[in-house]
Ligand binder design. Structure first.
Ligand code: GSH
Length: 219
């Protein structure tokens, strides 16, 4: 079977899908699109996904757009190891955590990372600090959830970890920049502020296949 994943380097949703493919041991051909060249808006790619977004998974004649749809597809097609739990309550907890990340963390992280990645730290200082307060409040919840637990939703690695991890990595890349230092966002270094989260990150970094999924332009 020919399996391809269209992605943009550093995109958290793409990274989530790549990690899921690695965890499930599914080989694929990465098809990297260059955001700087707006390749995701080319007529050829719009014919694949009319929204011009990534990730998109293609398996022979099957095309799946949208991160969560791709994860659901992979889970249904390759149930082991399970990423959405093995009991109703496990599944519910995992979805709850995914909703928490998508509803409460992803956007404020974007409000921090977008201006920092564009070199606008000073111009956007107040907005970044405001978003950082929201993010810190969320990180406290993860820190508590990880107290005595290895994974953020339940006893096993799950889609909740794979969805949340790249968002937090994007945050860390942004707040670890030199121009973020004067803003004193109290997130970096993570181990000083949120030690359980820092250990959880190293746990994910030790997953087999982790390096294959790492954003190429971050290497
Ligand atoms: N809801 C979509 C969102 C995907 C998304 O926002 N992708 C971004 C990369 S992180 C993208 O394709 N950006 C390029 C663009 O919109 O032109 C999903 O989860 O798949």
């Amino acid at each position: 079977m020919a399996r391809e994943l269209y992605f943009i380097s550093g995109s958290p949703p793409c990274w989530s899908v790549m990690l899921a493919l690695e965890v499930k041991g599914l080989a694929y051909t990465p098809q990297r699109l260059d955001n700087a060249k707006r390749e995701q808006k080319s007529p050829e790619y719009l014919a694949i996904n009319s929204r011009g977004q990534v990730p998109v998974l293609i398996e022979d004649d099957v095309t799946v757009c949208e991160t969560l749809a791709v994860l659901a597809y992979l889970e249904a097609a390759t149930p082991k190891p399970p990423l959405f739990g093995s009991s109703p309550i496990e599944t519910a907890k995992i979805w709850q955590s995914i909703c928490d990340c998508d509803g409460n963390l992803r956007e404020p992280v974007g409000q921090i990372s977008r201006p920092l990645f564009r070199g606008k730290a000073a111009d956007a200082a107040e907005k970044i600090k405001e978003a950082a307060q929201t993010v810190r409040d969320e990180l406290v919840l993860y820190e508590t959830a990880l107290n005595g637990n290895e994974w953020i939703a339940g006893d096993a690695l799950s889609a909740a970890d794979l969805i949340t991890f790249p968002v937090i990595m994007q945050l860390l890349r942004a707040v670890g920049r030199e121009d973020a230092e004067p803003l004193q966002l109290a997130i970096h270094p993570l181990a000083d502020h949120f030690p359980n989260l820092a250990i959880w990150i190293s746990r994910i970094e030790s997953l087999p296949g982790y390096d294959n999924a790492y954003p190429p332009h971050w290497k």
